[in-house]
Design a protein around this ligand. Structure first.
Ligand code: GLU
Length: 286
């Protein structure tokens, strides 16, 4: 029987809060119950916002709450070449295209298309990318790129869905094991590689979960919808999908998701205030 592999994968662009403590400890508990392994991955592709100091504090916080991970830590910033290779595969399959519009231009273009106010948004609330750049000729693309115009790579969602040609599902473990049908189309032409890097959250997470042999992805409900994109990429790359548990989020007094910029729920502030690791564990109930 294969040994289950779990991972906790924070982005070191701020401080861990109680919600992260819950997620990390839940991964640990599930890994122990399953006799599995537990990995830590730093999702630090954003070189401006992620810093070694924040990563260091994250590791100290995790150590403090009793989270024990296998060494070495995988740092995404050390693997850009691997993501570049995956991106090149998508380029070769003609499933991605260079997208030149800035955020402001996206809005403007949508107004031009008469879609103001009615244009669909993705599950994160962003306007779906208009079809403008998808329709550019290869000559025009080359002209813009050689002229130094910045661009990201976006998935041509219609072509990707046609390429796959059948509905996709993933296994969700809780509250009972069930198959969830993926709905990648709700994301439209999602970003696969950002302007300044050969990858994005979606691409790196799919590649890394596969490379690290992750069998169980346990993460917050806020990423439930993103799993549709991950399922689609897994199928395109012929990757065996892990099973998923999207757990409930810890909310603040106003029912809002905790944020990395808040001090009062940051683990390192609580630690400085003299809260004990046991108290943290009992606050999050794991
Ligand atoms: N790095 C992501 C975050 O901090 C989590 C990614 C994942 O668990 O798939 O929100």
């Amino acid at each position: 029987m294969t040994v289950p592999v779990f991972r906790f994968a924070p982005s070191p662009n701020g401080h861990l809060h109680l919600g992260h403590a819950y997620s990390a400890l839940l991964n640990q508990q599930m890994a122990r119950d399953a006799g599995g392994r537990l990995l830590l991955r730093m999702e630090d592709i954003d070189r401006e916002r992620c810093t070694p100091e924040l990563e260091q504090t994250m590791q100290e916080d995790l150590h403090w709450i009793g989270f024990e991970w296998e060494k070495p830590v995988r740092r995404q910033s050390e693997h850009f070449a691997v993501y570049r290779e995956a991106l090149d595969r998508l380029i070769g399959m003609e499933l991605v295209y260079p997208a030149f519009l800035s955020r402001g231009e996206i809005k403007h273009e949508i107004e031009n298309l008469g879609g103001n106010g009615t244009w669909p948004r993705d599950p994160d609330g962003a306007l779906l990318y208009p079809p403008t750049d998808r329709q550019l000729s290869n000559t025009e693309r080359k002209r813009r790129i050689s002229g130094g115009q910045p661009f990201s790579w976006r998935l041509n969602m219609d072509d990707a869905l046609e390429h796959v040609g059948e509905p996709l599902f993933w296994t969700e473990l809780e509250p009972e094991k069930r198959a969830v049908e993926a709905a990648p189309h709700v994301w439209g032409d999602v970003i696969i590689a950002r302007k300044d890097m050969p990858t994005s959250y979606h691409l790196s997470v799919v590649i890394d979960d596969a490379l690290q042999g992750i069998t169980h992805v346990v993460r917050g409900k806020d990423l439930f919808q993103a799993t549709s994109v991950h399922r689609l990429l897994q199928r395109i790359f012929d990757i065996e999908p892990p099973v998923y548990h999207h757990h409930a989020l810890i909310l603040d007094h106003d029912g809002e998701k905790l944020s990395k910029s808040r001090r009062d729920t940051a683990l390192h502030s609580l630690r400085q205030e003299g809260v004990s690791a046991e108290e943290i564990r009992s606050m999050v109930g794991v």
